[in-house]
Design a protein around this ligand. Structure first.
Ligand SMILES: [Zn+2]
Ligand SMILES: [Zn+2]
Length: 103
């Protein structure tokens, strides 16, 4: 894992259009769980891609839930912590899916 840069910003989900209130850590939509490929390390906004990232799996590791996102454009795979605002049913729906190797 790389370092984490805290950036507080609100954004509109590029997938479902939900208005997301940023708390500095949320990098995905709490409704549909889609993310956006804007970071190299979480929060750094250093990626040039900018495409949507699909939630492809979820799991539990050391008592922390995580999501696995894969970029629909370039295939970049990243794990993200779930947020307390995330839709639990949407997270559960991803359980048991094969978890791709993250680069
Ligand atoms: Zn959404
Ligand atoms: Zn990408």
């Amino acid at each position: 894992m790389g370092h984490f840069t805290r950036v507080v910003e609100d954004f509109t989900c590029g997938r479902c259009g939900a208005a997301v209130t940023g708390d500095g850590y949320t990098n995905h939509c709490p409704v549909c769980l889609w993310s956006c490929h804007v970071d190299v390390n979480p929060g750094d906004r250093a990626a040039d891609c900018g495409a949507l990232m699909e939630p492809v799996a979820a799991g539990l590791r050391q008592d922390e839930w995580f999501l696995v996102h894969r970029c629909v454009a370039c295939g970049f795979v990243r794990r993200n912590r779930t947020d307390r605002h995330d839709d639990r049913a949407a997270v559960r729906a991803l359980l048991g899916r094969p978890i791709p190797d993250s680069s």
